[in-house]
Design a protein around this ligand. Structure first.
Ligand code: PGA
Length: 265
């Protein structure tokens, strides 16, 4: 990211987060971690100074992946959690379970959770509330569908999604990460142009600054949707794009490392 494109005060340290979705098992995670560590090489020792890297595997993979990443500086992230503390919620995973495994981040409100599993803004706000003040930082995903974009409702939709969390949940300042992922760009090979993404990121930034002042300026807003080595640099050079949420391209450790290293240029 060039100094000329940075906003003032200085932009936050970029975060590049892999979202493996329902891919890669625990036994596949080990060679992946070894390959990623080898590719990032010495950089992984002081990784967190230049850019931060995280991986969100499926829940049953967290433990083995966490062990394989020990000492690397690469953070563990969960793809989801339940809003309740504990109880009779068959198939669900609690915050305490994620904390116990050393998770640093949890995705909430991913468009696949919203669209396929019917999660509402209210449920996502409850998850954010559960994470507030905990060791696990929320990565709140927002984004419009193709239909909403065509109806020119993009900003209305993402502002509603972010606003519902900001309105209902205290204590997220300085902890929450936002990820803008246009639904039409996820897994489709279609990426928002850097300018188009920047326009939405700037609107989200304005909202965060209105609520949180300079903490809003420092809040990381990631872009997601078909990010890969060939487009990462250009996207990450936008002033309000502070990292990436990478799905398909994160399944290959080489491609994911390349994507992460794009932050350095
Ligand atoms: P994609 O997925 O990179 O495969 O588009 C991104 C995401 O859904 O987080």
């Amino acid at each position: 990211m060039s100094a000329a494109t940075r906003i003032s005060p200085p932009a936050p340290i970029p975060l590049i987060c892999a979202n493996w979705k329902m891919n890669l098992s625990a036994s596949e995670a080990e060679p992946y971690a070894a390959a990623l560590r080898a590719r990032l090489g010495d950089r992984s020792a002081d990784l967190n100074k230049a850019f931060e890297v995280a991986i969100a595997p499926a829940h049953p993979v967290l433990d083995r992946l966490g062990r394989a990443l020990e000492g690397s500086g690469i953070a563990l992230a969960a793809q989801n959690l339940h809003a309740e503390e504990s109880g009779a919620f068959t198939g669900e995973v609690s915050l305490r379970m994620l904390e116990d495994l050393g998770c640093h981040f949890a995705l909430i409100g991913h468009s696949e959770r919203r669209q396929i599993f019917g999660e509402t803004d209210a449920q996502i706000a409850e998850k954010a509330a559960r994470l507030a003040g905990s060791a696990v930082k929320p990565i709140l995903c927002v984004g419009e569908t193709l239909e909403e974009r065509e109806q020119k409702r993009t900003l209305e939709v993402v502002e509603r999604q972010l606003g519902s969390v900001l309105d209902q949940v205290d204590g997220l300042e300085g902890a929450m990460v936002v990820a803008y992922e246009p639904v039409w760009a996820i897994g489709t090979g279609r990426t928002a142009t850097p300018e188009l993404a920047q326009e939405v990121h700037a609107a989200l930034r304005a909202m965060l600054e209105t609520r949180w002042g300079t903490v809003g300026t420092q809040t990381r807003i990631l872009y997601g949707g078909s990010v890969k080595p060939s487009n990462a640099r250009e996207l990450l050079s936008q002033p309000d794009i502070n990292g990436a949420l990478v799905g398909g391209a994160s399944l290959d450790p080489e491609a994911f490392a390349e994507t992460a290293l794009a932050c350095l240029n």
